[in-house]
Design a protein around this ligand. Structure first.
Ligand code: 5GP
Ligand code: ZN
Length: 148
């Protein structure tokens, strides 16, 4: 390893330490949102979104590249990378919100049913690294494919 490579490695290690330090400070302060995260920005109102519902710990808004009209995303207000990081204590509220959003889509005539989809990790199709649940209205013969 030459001098330049060594220096780069040192800098990378320092950045990693700084990031770890920052994360633990965030945790201590109870501030876990990520300043650059698009969904955190939506939660903070810094980026516009068609918000449709809000509970204590979750926000629901329309997907801006919908698979079907009414395609909704439910996101925790706190920044969690994917659903593996969402504490189980929020599970009941999350399920309640999924039911409310899904039933509301049916009542609005957007679908006769709906898919609930969660992507975890890049291979599954997760693009936004802030946990989210897709609620996609479905109608007989709409041409959409069900994953499962
Ligand atoms: P993923 O593939 O990560 O499970 O899904 C991310 C979803 O977020 C995609 O369906 C995409 O269309 C949606 N999305 C990405 N950026 C934005 C945004 O800035 N606003 C809204 N409303 N939806 C977004
Ligand atoms: Zn976030």
């Amino acid at each position: 390893m030459d001098e330049a490579e060594k220096r780069i490695k040192e800098i990378e290690e320092r950045i990693k330490k700084d990031e770890e330090g920052l994360n633990s400070l965030r945790e201590e302060a109870g501030v876990s949102e990520d300043s650059e995260c698009i969904f955190c920005k939506i939660v903070r109102g810094e980026v516009p979104a068609d918000k449709i519902y809000e509970s204590k710990n979750f926000l629901a808004f329309l997907d801006n590249n919908p698979k079907a009209s009414g395609h909704t995303l439910i996101v925790p207000k706190q920044h969690y990378k994917d659903i593996l990081d969402i504490p189980n204590s929020l599970a009941s509220e999350m399920l309640d919100d999924i039911k409310k959003i899904g039933l509301n889509l049916i009542n609005e005539g957007k679908g006769d049913g709906f898919n609930v989809a969660v992507n975890v990790g890049e291979s599954s199709g997760q693009v936004v690294e802030h946990a989210h649940i897709h609620v996609i209205p479905r109608k007989q013969g709409d041409g959409l494919k069900a994953i499962a």
